[in-house]
Design a protein around this ligand. Sequence first.
Ligand SMILES: O=C(O)CCC(=O)C(=O)O
Length: 268
Amino acid sequence: MKIAQIQSHVYSEKMENLEQLEVRLRELDGQKPDLVMLGEMFCCPYETSLFPSYAEDEGGPVWSRLSSLAREHSIYLAAGSVSERDEAGKVYNTAYVFDRDGRQIAKHRKVHMFDIQVEGGQHFRESETLTPGDACTVFDTEFGKIGLCICFDFRFPELARRMVLEGARLILVPAAFNMTTGPAHWELMFRSRAVDNQCFVAGTSCARDMQANYVAWGHTLLVSPWGDVIEEMGEEEGVIVNTIDLSYADKVRRELPLLSARREEVYG
Ligand SMILES: O=C(O)CCC(=O)C(=O)O
């Protein structure tokens, strides 16, 4: 499976982000990626006050464009996350995945709200304007099952474990760590989840913008089921493309049988 991760700049003009994505996808065509992945809130500046005004219904203009792009390029498009509004007017941080025909095959609403207050560091309160989702998301592809969650969700090992128990051998995490938690926990978290769950993990961030209200850490990365960083970017815009074989997760699980040796009765 060839996976491309796009670390893009976030423009405040929503549709400009889609235009840039189109350019990137055309550039990527020659490499024939199977799955293309984007960062968290890739078409909305990461600010709680902006989430409601950027929000669209499922099926709205951004959704439709993403679906068409997946079909035109014949790719699985894990379209980072976007701001979604439901019929009741509630707003969610939502990740959609489209298949090669542009059909939506997965939808994950961020379950854990990113409400933190680090003394002398990052403050953020997603719950000011967002509503949490309440589901664990795993979807099927021609390569097997893939798990999906959003940024802060991945700090909760229980969620990743559940995805893996439901068959995921790759977990996609559109994310946006910051200048406080990025250097401390970004790579550590991805490598820990990969090692514990013996699966590939792909974390895709937007590029760093020092002018933005919330400064993203960047460092889009891909980690193997053995915990090796296959590739990690810096903070700039760009794309990484890697070929992975999900059956490698089976090999690691056979050789170092952690998942099968669990003792649920002891853990309670
Ligand atoms: O967990 C972190 O440090 C960052 C989380 C975050 O930025 C998010 O959930 O969007």
